[in-house]
Design a protein around this ligand. Structure first.
Ligand SMILES: Cc1ncc(COP(=O)(O)O)c(C=O)c1O
Length: 376
């Protein structure tokens, strides 16, 4: 059998990782400032995380949601504490797309409506409803085309207000990333997020904060939407939540009432996945990683300003986009091939995405800056 060829791959076989370092099968060392699409939050093979998972694996890895799984309660309690959303409810699933799929479905169950508002350059995943709320025609199959979703211009308050005036009573949910990731690290303005909150309150619409990439402390706050001082009705999370173990979730406001059978999953919330997520939160707390993300993010941004050909530096914490005056595909390849540094690209061909583990060392960021200086 061959692999279904959907990914352009580097000819590199990674066999080991530690912190922000990776090694290939030939023993070459790489610097991982991308975390496999923003997934590695506490560093590869963090000892606390590895020990927890090993111990749990010796006991039990999985049972379904037909029995009490104590790790789910522990995770919910830790999440309530770190987010300040103690009164929210947790539904566990397996990925970011699944989290958004459930968020939008739940909103529709809640208010009985069908219309969804999403925004230009937004990315919400590849499953049916999540992909139809994603602004990329190339990944929407005909069967996913969905007349219920309207894509409005990102950060355009006037267009959003007009749309709500016309259809407000029919809109089930607005979904928005606090900082667009795949779209090229573009922040939603605080006033745009506050307007969404206001309009949602006025019209009985639910605010879904897609925090799959910009959440989990990466921005220096637990949710990047927190910078606007608003609360969403539903937050979706995944990626950094499991540091590589597949897990996703939605955090649901107390006014949304659950009903048996309304949502469900076979794998979601299993013992091993919850253990991974608990380990991650413990490390984020113990090592003060949100503060670290802020401090190191500010340091990196100030250093990146010194690089020639940089047009704009965007983002918060360790979610940073560097927009160059030229397309960056070649530059990204040079970083990998000549300097053994991984960074990401985005749908904006001029933008490099930098998404290192939140406990990355300052020296590792300095290495990136040095390499970019040489290449520019
Ligand atoms: C903001 C955002 N939402 C949702 C997703 C989908 O997550 P997953 O690939 O885990 O399904 C992504 C993935 O890149 C994302 O960046």
């Amino acid at each position: 059998m061959t692999l279904f060829d959907v990914y352009p791959l580097y000819d590199i076989e990674i066999v080991e990782g530690k912190g922000e370092l990776l090694w290939d099968k030939n023993g070459n060392e790489y610097l991982d400032l991308y975390g496999g699409h923003a997934v590695i939050s506490i560093g590869h093979s963090h000892p606390h995380y590895v020990n927890k998972l090993k111990n749990q694996l010796d006991k039990i890895a999985f049972y379904s949601n037909s029995v009490i799984i104590p790790q789910q309660f522990e995770l919910a309690s830790l999440l309530g504490k770190i987010t300040g959303l103690d009164d929210y409810q947790l539904f566990l699933c397996n990925s970011g797309a699944e989290a958004n799929e459930n968020a939008l479905k739940l909103a529709s169950f809640h208010n009985g409506r069908k219309k969804i508002v999403a925004f230009s350059k937004g990315f919400h995943g590849r499953t049916s409803l999540a992909v139809s709320a994603t602004d990329n025609k190339n990944i929407i199959a005909p069967v996913n085309e969905n007349n219920n979703v309207t894509i409005l211009p990102f950060n355009d308050e006037e267009k959003l207000t007009l749309y709500f005036k016309k259809y407000g009573n029919e809109i089930s949910a607005v979904i928005i990333e606090g900082i667009q990731g795949v779209g090229g690290i573009v922040e939603a303005t605080p006033s745009f997020l506050r307007l969404i909150r206001e309009l949602c309150d006025t019209y009985g619409t639910l605010f879904v904060a897609d925090s799959v990439q910009c959440g989990y402390g990466r921005s220096g706050r637990f949710f990047s939407h927190d910078y606007a001082k608003i609360k969403a009705d539903i937050y979706s999370v995944a990626k950094g939540m499991g540091n590589g173990f597949p897990i996703g979730a939605i955090l649901i406001a107390p006014h949304i009432i659950p009903k048996h059978g309304m949502l469900g999953t076979t794998f979601g919330g299993n013992h091993l996945a919850c253990t991974a997520a608990i380990g991650v939160l413990e490390v984020i707390e113990k090592e003060n990683l949100m503060t670290n993300a802020l401090i190191l993010g500010d340091f990196l941004k100030s250093e990146l300003k010194k690089i020639p050909n940089v047009k704009e530096i965007r983002g918060k914490g360790l979610m940073i986009g560097v927009e160059f005056t030229y397309p960056v595909e070649h530059l990204r390849n040079q970083l990998v091939k000549e300097f053994r540094i991984f960074v990401g690209n985005s749908s904006n061909k001029h933008v490099l995405r930098i998404l290192p583990p939140l406990n990355v060392a300052k020296e590792s960021l300095e290495k990136l800056v040095q390499a970019l200086k040489i290449l520019n």
